[in-house]
Design a binder for this molecule. Structure first.
Ligand code: UD1
Ligand code: CA
Length: 463
């Protein structure tokens, strides 16, 4: 036979995330939990942390803007609606149907705490399991406890319950240990206790915080775990707090990168989203933004003044004073200064893209060079190509986009236009200043410009 402790350890865990509150102080038409911090909506941070901490299901209780929340979050969680916001206990009760028959552990979280770490959640769940408690509260001792629910303990430190500040006696208000609003509950005792909740309190709400006292009074074990860093449990209620959370998340990410061997020259001006990965010995120069699902290899030099979004970079890439989004850049490529690499750009190894160049939806072959002042769009370029200064692919006829193909080792003279659809063969040349409207065969010279005529004595004769 399993003892209670072993049974607890084997139990399934489900996370319930409360997010029905309106978030009035954000002064926004967007539901509070959808505001982005550290590169993703706050609710996404919480859902991800719950999943990583071992929650097999994530159920989000939504109210204000619920459909918008569910639609923009998509997979990864289920949603139940709390039609009227009658309190945290009432919010949790809305999951009763979804959790019918579930007898494991419920990890209760709020959707506005994006700073929570997986390790804190794991520590809470671990303590809950090993102590075989019916409920375990995550508590904290902040510098200023005002506004929070206070933890009531007996003479030997056992948890008796939680009292909201608005309902507290002057003696209770002096208690420094607060309720972070994060808990583990055993589903059976929890729902029994929730059914017995009343709203006889200062706010006329069904308080979830009454549950620990109900359990304690019926001699079920209520435990508490104190969080090491109170900051982690902070809820975001305003744009000012949103910016503070951004700073904290950013610092955490930079710390992690530096610990793993990335040089960050100026952490104060470097912005890296949580989902970005960067290889060893890469150097990030000041004023660099790296966003979304971006992967960067080893020994790269990124920045200064560079923004990279949703792109994959190989090793030994240099990218400075430039913007690249939805691109793939292979080993040893050099980009910038002042290049714009737009979606669908693929630069194979050793490519050089220089100043004031824009590339879109094009593949540039190994070792090819686009050094100055060019627009390359919808182009398939081979390897070893040289694009002269100021040359462009004319990809748009006003209605449709057309492709240009430039073969291996082609040499395009300065200030040429390739009017698509058109192709320049392998090893072919295009004379400087040409407008190419017909295919240039391999190894041929394409000339598409008026011949120069010099009129002798023209200046003197026109008098
Ligand atoms: C709650 C706790 C308090 C704790 C504090 C920590 C209660 C009664 N009090 O207080 O002890 O110190 O959190 O931050 O639980 N929500 C709903 N539906 C509702 C009401 C709230 O989904 O009907 C959600 C909110 O969106 C929010 C969370 O529950 O994410 C907490 O609600 P909030 O009103 O902020 O509770 P507090 O008064 O801060
Ligand atoms: Ca709150």
């Amino acid at each position: 036979m399993l003892d209670v402790q072993e049974e607890n350890q084997m139990q399934e865990m489900v996370a319930v995330i409360l997010a029905a509150g309106k978030g009035t102080r954000m002064k926004s038409s967007l539901p509070k939990v959808l505001h982005v911090v550290g590169g993703k909506p706050m609710l996404r941070h919480v859902v991800d942390a719950a999943r990583e901490a071992g929650a097999s299901r994530r159920i989000v209780v939504v109210g204000f803007g619920g459909e918008q929340v569910a639609a923009s979050m998509g997979a990864g969680a289920d949603y139940v609606t709390q039609k009227e916001q009658l309190g945290t206990g009432h919010a949790l009760l809305q999951t009763k149907e979804s959790l019918h028959g579930f007898s494991g552990t419920i990890l209760l979280l709020c959707g506005d705490t994006p700073l929570l770490t997986v390790s804190t959640l794991k520590a809470l769940c671990e303590a809950h399991r090993t102590s075989a408690a019916a409920a375990t509260v995550l508590t904290a001792v902040p510098a200023d406890p005002s506004g929070y629910g206070r933890i009531l303990r007996d003479a030997v430190g056992g948890v008796l319950g939680i009292v909201e500040q608005k309902d507290a006696t002057p003696e209770q208000v002096k208690i420094g240990e607060i309720n972070t609003g994060i808990y583990c509950f055993e589903a059976g005792p929890l729902f029994t206790a929730l059914d017995g909740l009343t709203c006889n309190n200062a706010q006329k709400e069904y308080y979830l915080t009454d549950v620990p006292a109900i359990l304690a009074q019926t001699h079920q074990k209520v435990g508490a775990v104190q969080v090491k860093d109170f900051q982690e449990t902070l809820g975001i209620n305003s744009r000012v707090q949103l910016a503070e959370a951004e700073t904290i998340l950013r610092r955490r990410k930079l710390f992690e990168l530096m610990e793993s061997g990335v040089t960050v020259m100026d952490p104060a001006s470097t912005f890296i989203d949580a989902g970005v990965s960067i290889g060893q010995d890469t150097i990030l120069y000041p004023f660099t933004w790296i966003e979304g699902a971006t992967t960067i290899g080893r020994n790269c030099r990124i920045g200064p003044n560079t923004r990279i979004s949703d792109s994959i970079l190989g090793h030994d890439v240099t990218l400075h004073f430039s913007y690249a989004h939805e691109c793939k850049i292979d080993d040893g490529v050099t980009v910038g200064p002042y290049a714009h690499l737009r979606p669908g750009t693929e630069l194979l190894s050793g490519v050089k893209v220089g100043n004031f160049v824009e590339i879109k939806n094009s593949q540039v072959g190994r070792g090819s060079k686009v050094p100055h002042l060019s627009y390359i769009g919808d182009t398939d370029m081979g390897s070893g190509v040289n694009i002269g200064c100021g040359s462009i692919t004319v990809n748009y006829d006003g209605k449709k986009k057309h492709r240009t193909s430039i073969g291996d080792d082609a040499f395009i003279g300065c200030n040429s236009n390739m009017v698509a659809p058109v192709s320049v063969g392998n090893g072919a040349y295009v004379a400087a200043g040409s407008t190419i409207t017909k295919d240039v065969p391999p190894r041929a010279l394409g000339v598409g410009r008026a011949r120069q005529l010099n009129i002798a004595g023209w200046v003197d004769n026109k008098k």
